[in-house]
Design a protein around this ligand. Structure first.
Ligand SMILES: Nc1ncnc2c1ncn2[C@@H]1O[C@H](COP(=O)(O)OP(=O)(O)OP(=O)(O)O)[C@@H](O)[C@H]1O
Ligand SMILES: [Mg+2]
Length: 388
């Protein structure tokens, strides 16, 4: 449910409170002369799983800590269910933060760990019993309730930490690198499991990760962060298919980027597809883009799986180049093939292509083999050069 849906409707403050679990309004955080978070604004829907994705040091944890109340913003406001929490200490916010290390108490059993926060809130004992049983059931840890964290696997510890975070029924669940301590295979299994549990509870969740696959698997929407700022916000598919900058294009998945100059046929009123001359590609590129704001210097971006590789060399007019195989990596489900092109500028350029292992020629590819690459106009994404 992107925010843009709401822009044409006039909303009263009550509507906004009803719609958004969390509003981050122009929030900045400075540590001395470092702007760890710089004028970030985000509105997060109730029940949404939202991922903050970015490289090390881009400000993800700092933003999360401000939501939890462990850090005070230098500027801006944070509202939960329409109410500013800026002056509320962490324990008064309807928020629970699950840390990377899970921070389970090693001397307590699973059920004591889960009950801890409820006891502190002086919930009656019988109610605690019921609630602990409920959340342990939810994360399928009932049969381990009397064990201590040291007697559990990484994935099981993580489920206990999640149970403890959900026990107090927070309005907002914050996860900082939730899979950080798990190995790759378990991580992928837990991503789906965790997302299912969060969705079944209906809690709004903001998670931090630097793993793009994790963000794509779990989140309804993703914000790409860089140097304290939000670069792009969108559904995983939207960010993958329509990156708005060189940075987001390179951050999510693999991509081939070529410097280009875009020309639009003005006489057609912008309806004709765009033609691009690339110093780095020995062909004219035609794209389906009709938005003339892309006119001038830009990047042509092509995902490796959207390029077709053929061994028979049938020439075409546009979107077609010859090259030689420079490298092949077998990755099981597909091959990553690096193809070397001679560019019009007399340099070489390596293009990455994914070739499915079902393809009839997948087995017969060899180093230095002559191949032809081609792609459809709709595969071409244009990125304005100044947005790089
Ligand atoms: N308490 C602090 N005092 C001074 N600088 C800090 C403090 N906390 C964070 N920073 C700085 O703020 C920036 C953002 O840090 P933050 O921990 O939010 O990054 P991150 O995106 O979570 O990175 P990572 O992926 O490595 O965990 C960094 O440059 C960091 O050095
Ligand atoms: Mg961090």
């Amino acid at each position: 449910m992107p925010n843009s849906d709401a822009q044409t409707v006039i909303e009263t403050p009550a509507d906004v409170a009803d719609r958004y679990a969390l509003e981050i309004i122009n929030v900045s955080k400075h540590f001395d002369d470092v702007a760890a978070v710089n004028q970030v604004s985000l509105s997060i829907d109730k029940g949404e799983i939202f991922a903050l994705l970015g490289g090390s040091g881009c400000g993800k944890t700092t933003l999360l800590r401000m939501l939890a109340g462990f850090e005070t913003p230098s500027a801006g406001d944070i509202k939960i269910n329409g109410v500013s929490v800026l002056h509320s200490p962490p324990y008064q916010r309807p928020v629970n933060m699950m840390f990377q290390s899970y921070a389970l108490f090693p001397h307590m059993t699973v059920e004591q760990n889960v009950a801890f926060g409820l006891k502190q809130d002086r919930m009656p004992k019988a109610e605690i019993e019921v609630r602990v049983t409920e959340v342990l059931e939810l994360v399928q840890m009932t049969r381990f309730r009397r064990r201590k964290p040291g007697q559990l696997s990484g994935g099981q510890q993580q489920r206990v930490a999640l149970a403890r975070s959900l026990a107090k029924k927070p309005a907002l669940l914050l996860l900082d690198e939730p899979m950080g301590a798990l190995d790759k295979k378990l991580r992928m299994q837990m991503q789906l499991e965790l997302a299912n549990i969060i969705e079944s509870v209906g809690v709004t969740c903001v998670m931090v990760t630097h793993d793009q696959e994790e963000a794509m698997t779990m989140a309804d929407r993703i914000a790409i962060m860089d140097q304290g700022e939000i670069m792009q916000v969108g559904a995983p598919r939207q960010i993958y298919e329509f990156p708005n900058s060189k940075l987001t294009a390179e951050f999510i998945g693999s991509i081939n980027l070529f410097e280009a100059v875009a020309a639009f046929d003005v006489a057609s009123g912008g309806a004709a597809p765009c033609r691009l001359e690339c110093a780095e590609l020995p062909c004219t590129v035609v794209s389906n883009e009709t938005d003339s704001r892309f006119a001038g210097p830009c990047y042509v971006a092509l995902r490796p799986e959207k390029i077709s590789l053929e061994t028979s060399l049938e020439p075409a007019d546009n979107n077609w180049v010859r090259g030689k195989i420079d490298d092949i990596a077998y990755l099981g489900s597909h091959n990553v093939v690096h193809v070397r092109l001679e560019t019009p500028a007399g340099k070489t350029k390596i293009v990455q292509v994914h070739v499915s292992n079902f393809a009839r020629h997948a087995k017969s590819l060899d180093f230095e083999q002559a191949v032809a690459l081609s792609w459809e106009p709709e595969a071409v994404v244009l990125i304005k050069a100044e947005a790089a």
